[in-house]
Design a binder for this molecule. Structure first.
Ligand SMILES: [Mg+2]
Length: 261
């Protein structure tokens, strides 16, 4: 079936660190000209969507916050739907804004949910222990993402996954996953553009959460060789992507030519 819609990952696909991937802006302009519908689906848990859009604008990428899907926004909606009001949040940056904007209170005492994102340098032994104690008391654990690692400016960095796993291991509880590859998360983004998976492709640099997750939902998976891409993770992937392209700059020629790996 012809691809009419795209889900595009941000980190490692449109930029690495503070540098845009060459050709990223041109590809987005091309997609707009050709009437493709597209949304951005990111496991970034260090910034609110507003802050992400501002950062993208500084890199010359014009993307509105409402076109961006993040695990924090999905978690806030999920918690509200379940009637929760207090969130014990382990995250960094202005991610708490996403929860406060949804009318939730972020504090450790009396928490209805423990939410773990990528807290980076803000993760301390004390923070993890307090989260563990809340979970042990029966407070449900939500993982904004369970990625293993990501590509920072000075090399690979631990994502939230290893820390979520630590709390799970200690408490015996299982986290509910909000970000990619959760099918609910992909569905939220698809629904926002009235898209069916069969006419949608996901472009990402993570063979498991982007590509595997999207293909599991019936979308095509297009892996880019930028960001965290590694030859060995492609070789060892449980499922081969539908296509591998050098970077997002090659997306137009793939969509026109349909070249396969
Ligand atoms: Mg990525």
């Amino acid at each position: 079936m012809k691809i009419r819609n795209l889900l595009i990952d941000l980190d490692g696909v449109l930029y690495v660190g503070d540098r845009p991937i060459p050709g990223a802006a041109e590809t987005l302009a091309w997609l707009t000209r050709r009437n493709y519908t597209f949304r951005f689906i990111s496991n970034s848990t260090r910034r609110s969507r507003t802050a992400i859009a501002l950062r993208l604008a500084r890199m010359g990428l014009d993307i509105r916050p409402s076109a961006i899907f993040t695990p924090a926004a999905a978690a806030a909606a999920h918690i509200r739907n379940l009637g929760g009001s207090v969130v014990h949040l382990l995250a960094t940056g202005d991610v708490s804004f996403e929860f406060e904007e949804a009318g939730l209170v972020c504090r450790q005492e009396g928490a209805d949910f423990v939410v773990v994102g990528d807290a980076g340098d803000a993760f301390t032994y004390r923070d993890l222990t307090l989260a563990f104690r809340n979970v042990l008391r029966g407070v449900p654990l939500l993982a904004l993402e369970k990625d293993r690692y990501w590509m920072g400016e000075d090399g690979l960095l631990l994502s939230a996954g290893p820390f979520v796993a630590a709390i799970e291991y200690a408490s015996g509880a299982r986290a509910e996953l909000m970000g990619k590859p959760s099918p609910d998360f992909f569905r939220m983004a698809l629904d926002s553009m009235n898209a069916i998976p069969e006419e949608t492709a996901m472009a990402g640099d993570d063979i498991l959460t982007d590509i595997g997750g999207a293909m599991e939902c019936g979308m095509q998976g297009i892996l880019v060789r930028t960001g965290k891409f590694r030859d060995d993770s492609l070789r060892n992937a449980p499922r081969a992507p539908d296509a591998v392209i050098d970077s997002i700059a090659d997306l137009p020629s793939f969509l026109v030519g349909g070249s396969k790996p």
